[in-house]
Design a protein around this ligand. Sequence first.
Ligand code: DMJ
Length: 641
Amino acid sequence: MVVLRKLPGMPGWPAALGLRLPQKFLFLLFLSGLLTLCFGALFLLPDSSRFKRLFLPRRATASASSSSSSSASSSSAASSSSTRDTDLPRSPPAAAEPRHASPAAPRRLREKLRTAARMAGPPAHTAPGSRQQVQGGEGRAESATGAPPPRETRTPFRFDYQRFRRSLRHPVRGRRPGEDPETRARRMKIKEMMKFAWDNYKQYALGKNELRPLTKNGHIGNMFGGLRGATVIDALDTLYIMELEEEFQEAKKWVEKSFDLNVNGEASLFEVNIRYIGGLLAAYYLTGEEVFKSKALELGEKLLPAFNTPTGIPRGVINLGSGMSWSWGWASAGSSILAEFGTLHLEFLHLSELSGNPVFAEKVMNIRKVLNRVEKPQGLYPNFLSPVTGNWVQHHVSIGGLGDSFYEYLIKSWLMSDKKDSESKKMYDDALEAIEKHLVKKSAGGLTYIAEWRGGILDHKMGHLACFSGGMIALGAEHAGEERKQHYMDLAAEITNTCHESYARSDTKLGPEAFRFDAGSEAMATRLSERYYILRPEVVESYMYMWRLTHHPKYRQWGWEVVQALEKYCRVEAGFSGIRDVYTTTPTHDNMQQSFFLAETLKYLYLLFCEDDVLSLDDWVFNTEAHPLPVNHTNFKASVQ
Ligand code: DMJ
């Protein structure tokens, strides 16, 4: 109580205020309360606060971080500590209910949740295999035993880009042997379309997510959590492959100067992964430019808190600022979506490969573990899974929307591993067998299609999205046993043919969002709400694979028909736009140039008219947004310098 001592020549404070004894007592009580509060508040300051470091010993500030980080980093093991923990900041379910918990939660609790979320994503660029470094936070210098690791064991990690380039079997942009003039002219036309799409985006919408080509402005939307420039990131590798050098430099400059990752909004984990992380990874592998790698890794870390659930199955939506995550409001009973959590594998393996940080690979390997453990009805994978119990929530199965790219990533995981990941190949083979047995049907008119399944009842409808499966099945057929190979190639060709029919039977020669095989309908939309086309790539994606694997000229011919239809019905003054009805030759436009038009539709069309060694299937797998990721020829051995 030094401050209250009576100083010579000065009256004591209470006395100076003319207080009597009971009042003095009350005043003292108030003052001591105030002091206690001030001291307590130090603990609420962020660990980085100078005041905190001044007043509290360093160890005390670090301990909270290190305990939450160790919990978070082990949460990838499905049933390990995360299911047992009840301590709130270490408890994934609590962190996973922010929408409801957040507004009412006291400030301290919210701060702890944020800390837990942050610590789930340790910084990359750490030494491979050094577990204590994976468990980020200020306490990360300590090992599991509490002792600091000897300095010399912390080997710096550097991915050896030159070594990776030497491992490729073909030059990235091909060798350019002689080719017929028509093929070249068609390829050049597609390149011109890409330049037109990019130039208009650049002129009217650079920095926004998509171009609105009718109103000549940009669209941001709410899918990417405040991230901008989806079209830039999606376009990078297409510009590079098409040798649009100047345009590629413009896009790269935007990434360097304007691509801001410090955003604070609700993002789709899936969309950010396939478009942004996929796009950045591909741009890095194609060019070796460090900026793409570092942005991909930084963004990857921001996605990690979504995995803090009791099973390690991530939730679909994540706030990129706070790390809080939750399920889509429309997903039944707080479930996660098969096509979303099942479409992370390729990108996350590369994030681990490039950073030397195993956490990304652990997260997706755990997803596979959960999926392998759960009982599959008739061998099928339903689209909704609870991230809390790890059980299916609803028995809706689809190879189109909600399910699609999960199957794609099974076969591509195997291919990307240079055919070593036999577990994913088996999962793919088993899934395809079940799909063929229960969902593949032939229409009265002889068209093969893949129906949807609702608890055992078939819905005889195929979405445009499901049309990627022709290409996927062909890709898998290449590697099926001799006796199945032809069978699967035939199935792939039949499905691709059906999807072509859905285009051929429309007035615009572009396909509807969904088409049906019931009530006398054959490969046509029967509902008004399904007649639109939003520049989707899946049908030309299958043409590209079928061309590469069979070289049947009809696939190039079909692709060219799409080019002509796009020019006629989707090209407008300032870019390309989706249309609202494919069954009229005077369609209205939806005023949206989707970023996947540049990433996928134009890239697949271009590759259809390239030689096979341009982004050769020997060296690359395309992620579900058509961003090429390299096959692991060198066993992805990290280069330690
Ligand atoms: C793309 O973003 C991806 O292909 C995704 O897998 C599904 N849909 C769109 C394009 O239609």
